[in-house]
Design a protein around this ligand. Sequence first.
Ligand SMILES: C[S@@+](CC[C@H](N)C(=O)[O-])C[C@H]1O[C@@H](n2cnc3c(N)ncnc32)[C@H](O)[C@@H]1O
Length: 254
Amino acid sequence: MNWESLKSQVRQKTHICLKDNKRDSVNHYLALKYPGVKLEEAYVKISASVVFPEDFISLITINETYFFRHPQQIEDLENHFTKNTLVPYKILSVGCSSGEEPYSVAMSLQSKSINCSVTGVDIDQQMINTAKKGFYNTDEINRSEQKYKNLILSFMDIFHKNSSVLYAVKQSIKSRVAFQCGNIFHMDFTDLDAIFCRNILIYFDESDRIKLIKNLCHFLKKDGLLILGAGELKPQAAFNSLENINGNSYKKVA
Ligand SMILES: C[S@@+](CC[C@H](N)C(=O)[O-])C[C@H]1O[C@@H](n2cnc3c(N)ncnc32)[C@H](O)[C@@H]1O
C-alpha cells in the first residue's frame, strides 16, 4: 500500500484530505507505532483500523483557532438575535478545536444578556478534552484583538501555576457550552438557530463541501444563520436555500 492509498483511506473514513506536507510526520508516527514494520505494511495496518486511533486523528488535523477570530461574524450573530427569549438560542460550532470559538460566542451573547446554548463538535478527541477543561494561557488570550481581551478576561478565573498565569473559563459560560467528539458527516442536529462552520471546509474536497453545507442547512431552522470562514471555498451548488446577508454569513430562506 502506498501514500496515495493511505490518503484515500483517510478521506473515506474521516472526509479529511490528507495533505502531502503531513507525509513525513505520518511516516514518523507509523515508525514509532509499528517498530520494525515496513512503511507499506504500516500503511495497511493503520488503514485496517475501523476507527483511526485518537493520536493519529490529532496528527492529521489542523487545529488553529483563537478567541474572537473574525469578530465581525460574532457581531452579525448578536444583531440577528433581536428578541431575548427564555428558550436559549441553539448554536453549533463545527470543528470547534480547543473551544475558543464556542466560548467566544457564549461570552459575546452573555455580555448582551442573550440566552444561548452552544455545542462544539470536533473529530479530534484531544481537542475536545482541552476544550472541556477550558484552561488557557496568556499567549492564547493575547492572540485576540485588544478590543475583545477585556471581555474575555471578564469571563475567566485567574490562577497562578508555578511562575505562569492560567485562565479558566467561568462556570457561567461553561454551563452554556457542551462539547461532543465526532465526525460532523455522521452527526445529526435539528432546529438550530445558527451554525459556525469556519476554517474547516478547506480540508474537504468539493463533493464533501457540498454535502456538508447541505447537511448543515438541514440542521438549521428557517431564518437560521450559517456562518462560514473567510477563506473557505464555497461551492455554489450547495447554496440553493441560503441567502447571503453579510460577508460570509448566510440565512436559510427555504
Ligand atoms: C482549523 S480548525 C478551525 C477551528 C475554528 N472553527 C476556527 O475557525 O477558529 C478545524 C477543526 O476542524 C476539525 N475537523 C476536521 N474534520 C472534521 C470532521 N470531519 N468533523 C468534525 N471536525 C472536524 C479539526 O479537528 C480542527 O480542530
